[in-house]
Design a protein around this ligand. Sequence first.
Ligand code: MRU
Length: 359
Amino acid sequence: MQVDGVPLRTIWPVAGARAVDIIDQTVLPHVFRVRRLGRLEDAAEAIRSMQVRGAPLIGVTAAYGLALALDGCAGDETLLAAVQLLAATRPTAVNLHWALARMQSRLLPLPPAARAAAAWSEAAKIADEDVEQCRRIGAHGLQLLLAGRRGEARLEIMTHCNAGWLATVDHGTALAPVYAAFDAGIDIHVWVSETRPRNQGLLTAWELRQHGVPHTVIADNAAGLLLMRGGIDAVIVGADRIAANGDVANKVGTCLKALAARAAGVPFLVAAPGSTIDFASADGASIPIEERAGDELRLLRGCDAAGLPGELRQLPATAAVANPAFDITPAQLVDRIISERGCCAADRLRTLYPEEADG
Ligand code: MRU
């Protein structure tokens, strides 16, 4: 993807330094700022504070976090303590645990002196694979969209949260088919829901604008009306974890969109790479749902009239709030899952991943 015309990924190793640069998503869309992560703790904090966010990008950041941890002493104790620290940053996105498990099984058998270099190269490999998988999701998703297209009419897509370029290393998951369509010259427009309380929809709007894709931001609560009115061809969202039975954990508010889409007869599609599918979780009930700080609801973040970033209080500090960050959409409300291997019914994931033994 490009920012102001410059091709960029969301995370990249710094040439000649044992560090990685990231795009700080806590200040977007108001400010574009690159942050340097030089220590394991920086990587853990970047994930925890959502400077990086989105399941695939969280996984890649964790992999680089391990590489940062292994500079110098790379004994078993250091490695396992780093894995533990990173694993505790966020609970729902399974890509975090997938990436840590892959790094651990690559590194543990090596002699300590060989681990740091291997960690950097494995993390880079995971990042490159993520880019290719997302590109493939885009190609498969585009075929699906074209199959359901009404003649030459403009494709109208609705999405929730940010499952775009910013949530991955490049291309995105839910937005990959949108970019593929736009780049192929297909007339497409995206309805972007704001995604309270952290407003990841504004990140989606920012990246669609960078790419020139026509889009409109809506309040989360407007989605039902738009779907029931007709004229939306598909809802496409990403996922933070997909259980073996096809239940989907994604940003809170996803399930309401799936219910409205089903009532309106609009296809509800979930795009995610294999690293988001957790065959060890039998169903959605076994997926941990992150409960985030109440201040995400009590305070509003934005810019003042002069363009300076700041916070506005909308509830007293003592107001009781609940802030579950994800919800579970049952498999029966998901029309298709789109992965790097193709498309399938949500309850038929093993048709795409036959190597996963039945649990
Ligand atoms: O809390 P976040 O912003 O890290 O959550 C990300 C999401 O839930 C996105 O909707 C996305 O679909 C999953 S990551 C591609």
